[in-house]
Ligand binder design. Structure first.
Ligand SMILES: [Zn+2]
Length: 381
């Protein structure tokens, strides 16, 4: 009969004497738990024992009457036929089996989730690297193509005002800033245009196109303010913020398609997302980057860089008093940005000796002049 008795490695100790544990073998008979140790054998009636599991996951039997504990890491005990003949131990063993299975499922689920997350994290890193590489190495011609498409798709937005003589001032300032750009950033042909709308703002599109609303020109009081805005827009262009936004907005599939397409394919994929360029805004970080880089452009062009902060002040006041269509509020003038520009000024080693820009003629064309000009331009009906 004894061949049927399975025995298990384990040890025994008494309450408060855990450091004097005795190692031996545990086995179950019809009515007893038998512990065999080199110095002798104990037998405890199964009826008196309770079964549980400790924090290490080992099975423990306790006999309250004698204060003995028996511990084993061998989970086969939970299926021992003699142990299972005792009702209370059978119930406790079943509970433990269920608890262990639950823990195991949870562990597998966690391992699976961690693997899954790791897989996606690596994928995400790869996509990010690919997007960055693409944004860094795309030829300027792609950006120009993209911008042409954006302009063609939004004829109601891009109504270029060719009557306003103030385009000269804008163009001169852009040329002055462009000439002072660091050599590595001189790959763009900047072109400025005016849009006749009462919006105190400007925006840039990839490839070097800069659009200034006449509302901005009506409001600026110093050419330095206008120069500040233009330098900020030029920084958006040189840092390829538009292209980056487009690639980021398209997601991994979009980037993947860019990579597997030939050049013509890439252009059509990029252009498909062009809507993003007119409808979305840059993040605060991107705006701050454009502020800082624009600041350096102004310094390089020997223009007093405080104009941008002044412009923000102006814009805040303007937006508070007028209703501006949501899509044109691309540069929310937050006090935070003004503060960060002010910090740049405080840290600046150079605070004087800037070029004296020609004063701006703020006045837009009088309505009479305007009507006259228009009548020359548009065919009589
Ligand atoms: Zn901006």
């Amino acid at each position: 009969m004894s061949v049927l008795l399975v025995n298990y490695d384990g040890f025994a100790f008494r309450d408060g004497e855990e450091d004097q544990a005795l190692s031996g073998r545990l086995l179950f008979t019809l009515s007893y738990l038998r512990f065999e140790h080199v110095d002798g054998t104990w037998e405890l009636p199964l009826q008196r024992l309770t079964l549980d599991q400790n924090s290490a996951g080992n099975l423990i039997f306790h006999d309250e009457e004698t204060g003995w504990w028996f511990e084993s890491s061998d989970v086969r005990i939970l299926n021992d036929i003699f142990l299972l003949r005792q009702t209370h131990l059978r119930t406790q063993a079943r509970e433990l089996r269920e608890r262990r299975e639950g823990n195991r499922s949870l562990k597998y689920a966690l391992i699976f989730l961690a693997g899954f997350a790791g897989f996606f994290f690596i994928g995400w890193l790869l996509v990010k690297a690919a997007a960055n590489s693409l944004a860094n190495h795309a030829p300027v011609a792609w950006e120009e193509h993209l911008t042409d498409k954006v302009i063609a798709e939004h004829p109601k937005l891009f109504v270029i005002d060719t009557n306003d003589a103030r385009i000269t001032v804008v163009t001169q300032l852009v040329a002055r800033l462009a000439a002072a750009l660091p050599p590595a950033e001189r790959r763009y042909q900047f072109r400025a245009a005016l849009i006749d709308r009462p919006v105190v703002n400007a925006f840039a599109l990839p490839g070097g196109r800069i659009f200034v609303f006449t509302g901005l020109l009506d409001r600026v009081q110093k050419p330095e303010e206008l120069a500040g805005v233009l330098a900020h827009e030029m920084a958006h262009v040189t840092q390829r913020h538009g292209l980056r936004k487009l690639i980021a907005g398209g997601g991994p599939y979009y980037v993947l398609r860019l990579f597997v397409s030939d050049q013509q394919g890439v252009l059509s994929v990029i252009s498909a997302g062009s809507q993003l360029l007119v409808n979305q805004y840059y993040s605060r970080d991107v705006e701050r980057e454009a502020d800082t880089i624009g600041w350096h452009y102004l310094m390089a062009a020997n223009i007093d860089p405080r104009g941008l902060a002044d412009f923000f002040q102006l814009q805040t006041e303007s937006e508070a008093t007028t209703t501006i269509p949501e899509m044109f509020r691309s540069h929310p003038a937050t006090s935070e940005r003004i503060a960060s520009l002010n910090r740049l000024w405080e840290k600046s080693e150079r605070k004087s000796g800037f070029v004296q820009l020609p004063a701006m003629t703020n006045a837009p064309l009088t309505s009479l002049q305007e009507r006259l000009l228009r009548s020359f331009k548009s065919p009589p009906k």
